[in-house]
Design a protein around this ligand. Structure first.
Ligand code: FAD
Length: 402
């Protein structure tokens, strides 16, 4: 099975990423490991420790300076207008190295998304510019305690008052909520339209809740509350609309990102499992010579290769159809298929790797159980596996609404 990079555009991104990953990014994370390796990564309240946030910011900036932080963003907004298909291979290259901190060179949940294309002139200047340069981070605040999968039933409201929008509501399970300098808040207007409102951390009426500790020990998930929180009327990403199209840009981008991330991490897990299976001996033989071990690894490689091929094709179709402005049912189903397929692939690869390593696979120091926990997590945020299956069934004319 070959893992070639198929297009000139993707090859360029990968070729630019490699020297950055193996040079300045590797140097910065190694230096951080030497300086702070023995310090806990989480504070006593469960939040990400300052030294981890520091190296994260540093690596974000290295990615941004190299133009690889968010290359899918248009040139007009400070990106390169790269296709989603090409970005998949950039992401794969980065995640092939596991979770060593190098992944922070990519703008992820706390970075730019395709929603930035909707920014007003002021939002582009005050929010998108600093975000693209990785001077600030953001959070996408959509989920509420009573509105998760059923996001359009949200109760956070935005009402007009003079030259301001005034937000009232509560969000939970929000990634980077404790640290975001500006939150992208999804709210419903009094006219029943949905908008994305930019709330800076110093806005009056804005507050953050305590850390919500997750399966991943990520230290960056929390709630946000808005109590008569005023923001200028032009600090928005797009005018509020009846359709949920602007937030769906973020949601669908999250699904697309799963492709390169999951394939890269699967390959990382399986390459490690393969090497260990050839070295570790039991009953006087390498464990890879036992059929059950060999077939577990080879099956997971087969599925990784097939997932990569499928995601490549689906992203090519999505790029051709135009992913963001009112994607049709087929495009939405393609995003859903990527999310489901990539997550299932990673969950199996991580499980196989943990199993091949035996007791060592369950040690935190081996670094595989963390990937397993992340893989399990992925099947819920960004739209649960059930919601993705529903999207695909609907594109086939099944299920109807609701
Ligand atoms: C670590 C983490 C990070 C997150 N980050 C963010 C973030 O940055 N921003 C943000 O806005 N949100 C975020 N979330 C929230 C996440 O998007 C929601 O948890 C998710 O969309 C599911 O919503 P819910 O938890 O309310 O579950 P529910 O919607 O209550 O669903 C519960 C169960 O019912 C199933 N279900 C619901 N409706 C249907 C249906 N029609 N058909 C079949 N099954 C159905 C679901 O699939 C699920 O299994 C995060 C969550 C976690 C755990």
């Amino acid at each position: 099975m070959k893992f070639d990079v198929p297009t000139a555009e993707a090859t360029r991104l990968v070729d630019e990423a490699r020297p950055l990953l193996d040079g300045p990014v590797a140097d910065a994370t190694a230096q951080h490991e030497r300086d702070s390796g023995r310090e806990p990564g989480l504070d006593p309240d469960g939040s990400l420790a300052e030294h981890v946030r520091g190296i994260k910011r540093r690596v974000h900036r290295l990615g941004a300076e190299a133009g690889l932080y968010a290359p899918f963003v248009s040139e007009a907004m400070g990106g390169r207008g790269s296709s989603l298909r090409a970005c998949m291979y950039l992401h794969e290259e980065v995640f092939l190295r596991g979770f060593g901190g190098q992944q922070w060179m990519l703008g992820w949940t706390d970075g730019p998304s395709p929603m930035v294309e909707e920014a007003t002139e002021r939002a582009a200047r005050e929010f998108v510019g600093p975000l693209m340069r990785a001077e600030i981070t953001t959070a996408f605040a959509q989920t509420e305690p009573e509105a998760g999968s059923d996001a359009t039933s949200m109760s956070t409201v935005a009402r007009r008052s003079g030259g301001d929008w005034v937000l009232t509501g509560h969000k939970h399970l929000i990634t980077n909520a404790p640290f975001a300098e500006v939150a992208q808040v999804v709210a419903r207007t009094e006219d029943g339209e949905y908008g994305v409102f930019l709330v800076p951390e110093d806005a009056r009426g804005f507050s953050r809740g305590p850390i919500q500790q997750t399966i991943m020990d990520d230290g960056q998930t929390a709630s946000l509350t808005f109590e008569d929180c005023h923001i200028p009327v032009d600090m928005v990403l797009g005018e509020p609309r009846k359709k949920f199209t602007v937030p769906m840009r973020w949601v669908n981008w999250t699904k697309a990102r799963r492709a390169g991330m999951c394939v890269g991490l699967s390959r990382y897990c399986l390459d490690r499992a393969l090497q260990y299976a050839q070295e570790r001996e039991a009953f006087g033989r390498p464990i890879g010579s036992f059929e059950q071990v060999a077939l577990g690894i080879s099956e997971a490689y087969r599925k990784t290769w097939a997932t990569r091929a499928a995601c490549d094709r689906l992203l090519e179709e999505i790029d051709a159809a135009g992913p963001w402005e009112n994607p049709d049912a087929e495009t939405r189903a393609n995003f859903a298929a990527i999310k489901l397929t990539a997550e299932e692939c990673l969950l199996e690869a991580a499980d196989v790797a943990v199993q091949v390593f035996g007791g060592l696979g369950l040690l935190k120091s081996t670094g595989l159980e963390h990937i397993y926990r992340v893989a399990r997590n992925l099947r819920i945020p960004g739209g649960t596996a059930e919601i993705q299956r529903r999207e695909i069934a609907r594109s086939l004319g099944l299920l109807g609404k609701g």
